[in-house]
Design a binder for this molecule. Structure first.
Ligand SMILES: [Zn+2]
Length: 98
């Protein structure tokens, strides 16, 4: 019973929670892009259809200031969505809106 309730809560949160994040380069602090994340959990991928502030999706996402690598282009197969796979620790995020 207890386990079931926990699972329901988690599912509800994942489905109903959307936040807008500003992402910054963790090396130099430059603004990278705005991202709308659905659900909770750590940011592993940036889906192209949730990114604002980028018009040209190149094969690698680099910081415009220090040029360090932030993500690499991938096709997330379960949903067949193009995304950037984030390099671990390459960005810091700040909530910009809900
Ligand atoms: Zn940078």
């Amino acid at each position: 019973m207890k386990n079931k309730l926990k699972n329901d809560n988690f599912r509800h949160t994942r489905g109903g929670n959307t936040k807008i994040y500003d992402l910054f380069c963790s090396k130099c602090g430059a603004f990278v892009l705005k991202y709308q994340k659905d659900g909770i959990g750590i940011l592993l991928r940036l889906y192209f259809d949730r990114i604002t502030g980028v018009s040209n999706f190149t094969s690698n996402l680099n910081c415009s200031k220090c040029n360090c690598l932030i993500g690499t282009k991938m096709n997330y197969r379960p949903e067949s969505r193009l995304a950037y796979r984030l390099i671990r620790g390459s960005v810091s995020k700040k909530i910009a809106g809900v």
